[in-house]
Design a binder for this molecule. Structure first.
Ligand SMILES: *[C@@H]1O[C@H](CO)[C@@H](O)[C@H](O)[C@H]1NC(C)=O
Ligand SMILES: *[C@@H]1O[C@H](CO)[C@@H](O)[C@H](O)[C@H]1NC(C)=O
Ligand SMILES: *[C@@H]1O[C@H](CO)[C@@H](O)[C@H](O)[C@H]1NC(C)=O
Ligand SMILES: *[C@@H]1O[C@H](CO)[C@@H](O)[C@H](O)[C@H]1NC(C)=O
Ligand SMILES: *[C@@H]1O[C@H](CO)[C@@H](O)[C@H](O)[C@H]1NC(C)=O
Ligand SMILES: *[C@@H]1O[C@H](CO)[C@@H](O)[C@H](O)[C@H]1NC(C)=O
Length: 557
């Protein structure tokens, strides 16, 4: 009986996995030309949980902070009449390229006046010895370890500004302005770069921008922090491809928008407090992070929609994404030296972006499919796998999860697994190449879930004797290995914190390794001491070439 079940189940798995895609999608140009180096269902299966999680975490601060090395690009659209915020030191409407935030708290950080600066003088200029080295920024601890490098204006670091020559049009940093912009048409030609893609680190958060889009190779000395240059390069590429901006995430979602005078209107540019006017904010770091944390589940109000059917992910290519840093094997990296492989992916993205822009609306809501799956299975899997969970609880939860797929009059395991695997996938109709890759990945993940659950059900029922410890233990092992395979970000959630706390996961530039591994509720006074997770080599003295020991994940400051 046991043997028959396992044989039947594995035969079905083979069948499902080996099934060809229903309709043959037109493949990417490079897939045709280069064959094996193009996107493949085989890669989509091998990377299935990563693809699932990239969909689930897209445009969400939570999962994108945990899985901070994004490996995917998505066409994105922002509706007409959406507010976007910009903090700066001049009141005039921006022309050309600049940064925009979705959240007010984020933009306010860049709108602050830095007291004690004379007009026309860069803060912290040499020859200003009585001035503090760095102006205060929310979240900067006063004492303790050296402060992280930071941007005084979006895209430029203090250090970068200090090394610039004086010129007449430099802003007066003693005044700050918060600009409110509104879209006056739908912005339909945007690209979303997933992960903590505005985190200026050497850990891989910039791989899709620097290695894939900007063509920077391993040998180039490209400090993570030179974000103004990065923005210019992206917008140069955008000008060729018809992309008007790039959406990224740090402590909130932001856009590098390439031409402010096209599509935006400045509604107001209010001056921030300075001089005699007081600012009464008391918990700046907590509040900026609260602003970001409110977006853990998404930025809400459909302020941005992704075209999942136009997604391109490194996960569906035959690329070696093993991290050269063995201590961070959990983080994928793009292989900078694989010029051919990355070139194919880039060309494919260009083709899919063009196809996406020509569609009147976005494609399938694949994130919705992952939400349906995670909300149904995540907590119940955790409960069943618990060390103290009883046989009866497992049986009961399995029944809740699987009864839908069981015809009690005519029970057949392979059919039940097939129904269970396909159930949530019917919400999307695979048309584009991306759809087929995603469908394959999600089907692979569902097959893993459903096969494991039917296997556990069988184990528990066969070990009918309540004292059969081994069946129970075997079940929990199977459930635990399923949970490890899925690696869902929901398992690290804090639950509701106190109103004076936030559930804190390491968000660039803040947080420690502990905060990355085990997010927890934290108050303001604790938050300011949480540092060291993010490797921002760009502004630290780099170790001599060839000496890269202890570089990535240790405490840095
Ligand atoms: C955007 O909204 C504004 C205000 O409602 C309207 O005047 C304008 O025509 C809209 N633009 C487009 C392209 O829909
Ligand atoms: C990027 O590199 C590839 C391979 O070296 C080259 O073919 C391509 O033209 C480069 N693209 C840009 C925009 O520099
Ligand atoms: C800020 O200070 C100026 C000059 O003292 C004063 O005119 C203005 O009303 C103050 N603004 C606020 C919001 O208190
Ligand atoms: C993949 O990359 C890792 C890290 O750079 C390297 O150690 C490994 O040898 C590579 N594997 C293959 C098959 O090239
Ligand atoms: C559950 O049991 C395993 C194996 O005995 C042990 O390693 C693990 O720490 C336990 N987990 C909890 C939450 O107690
Ligand atoms: C590499 O860096 C470590 C730590 O800073 C140092 O102890 C070691 O001497 C360096 N090795 C070389 C070859 O420079």
């Amino acid at each position: 009986m046991a043997l028959r079940f396992i044989l039947a189940a594995s035969a079905l798995i083979l069948h499902v996995i080996a099934a060809p895609p229903q309709a043959q999608a037109p493949l990417f140009p490079y897939a045709k030309a280069v064959g094996s180096r193009g996107p493949s269902l085989e890669s989509a299966r091998a990377n299935a949980p990563h693809i699932f999680n990239a969909l689930h975490s897209s445009m969400r601060q939570w999962g994108s902070s945990l899985n901070h090395n994004g490996m995917s690009l998505f066409p994105a659209r922002i509706p007409n009449n959406t507010h976007l915020y910009h903090g700066t030191h001049i009141p005039n409407a921006v022309k050309g390229m600049e940064w925009l935030a979705f959240e007010i708290e984020h933009a306010e950080m860049f709108a602050r006046a830095f007291p004690g600066r004379r007009p026309g003088r860069r803060p912290g200029k040499p020859g200003d010895p009585e001035r503090p080295e760095r102006p205060e920024r929310p979240g900067e601890p006063g004492e303790g370890p050296p402060t992280p490098p930071f941007e005084l204006t979006w895209g430029e670091t203090v250090d970068g500004i200090q090394s610039m020559d004086d010129d007449d049009d430099e802003p007066d940093f003693s005044r700050g302005y918060l600009h409110i912009y509104r879209t006056i048409r739908p912005l339909t030609n945007l690209v979303y770069i997933d992960g903590m893609s505005a985190g200026k680190t050497m850990m891989g958060t910039l791989d899709t921008q620097d290695y894939l889009l900007r063509n920077i190779t391993d040998g180039d000395d490209s400090p993570a922090f030179n974000d103004f240059r990065r923005g210019q390069d992206l917008c140069d590429l955008g000008a060729k491809w018809g992309i008007e901006g790039f959406v990224r995430m740090e402590m909130g979602f932001e856009i590098i928008f390439c031409e402010f005078s096209d599509g935006l209107i400045l509604e107001s540019a209010y001056e921030r407090p300075s001089g005699k006017n007081q600012s009464f904010e008391r918990m700046p770091q907590l509040e900026v992070l609260r602003g970001a944390s409110m977006r853990y589940p998404g930025i809400t109000a459909q302020r941005l929609r992704l075209d999942y059917s136009g997604m391109v992910s490194a996960y569906w290519y035959d690329l070696n994404m093993t991290n050269p840093d063995p201590e961070r094997a959990d983080l994928p990296r793009l292989p900078a030296s694989d010029v051919e492989g990355l070139g194919n992916m880039k060309a494919d993205f260009m083709a899919l972006f063009e196809e996406s822009s020509s569609r009147s609306d976005v494609g399938n809501d694949w994130q919705g499919v992952t939400d349906m799956i995670i909300t149904r299975y995540s907590d119940r899997l955790q409960l069943m796998a618990g060390n103290d969970t009883s046989r009866d609880t497992i049986l009961s939860d399995i029944a809740v999860l699987l009864n839908l797929y069981i015809d009690y009059g005519n029970f057949d395991v392979p059919t039940a697994i097939e129904k269970c695997s396909a159930h949530y996938l019917i919400a999307a109709v695979p048309e584009s190449t991306a759809d087929h890759m995603i469908h394959e990945a999600l089907l692979t993940v569902m097959n893993e879930i459903c096969s494991t659950l039917f296997y556990v059900r069988h184990l528990i029922l066969v070990g009918e004797d309540e004292t059969d410890r081994s069946a129970l233990e075997e079940s929990k092992l199977a459930l635990k290995s399923l949970i490890a395979y899925l690696d869902w970000t929901t398992s690290k959630e804090c639950g509701k914190c106190g109103y004076d706390e936030i559930c804190f996961v390491a968000i660039w530039p803040w947080g420690s390794m502990e905060d990355h591994k085990h997010p927890s509720c934290m108050k303001d006074e604790v938050l300011s001491r949480r540092q060291g997770y993010w490797d921002m080599w760009g502004l630290r003295p780099r170790p001599p070439p060839g000496n890269e020991t202890g570089s990535a994940a240790d405490g840095l400051w």
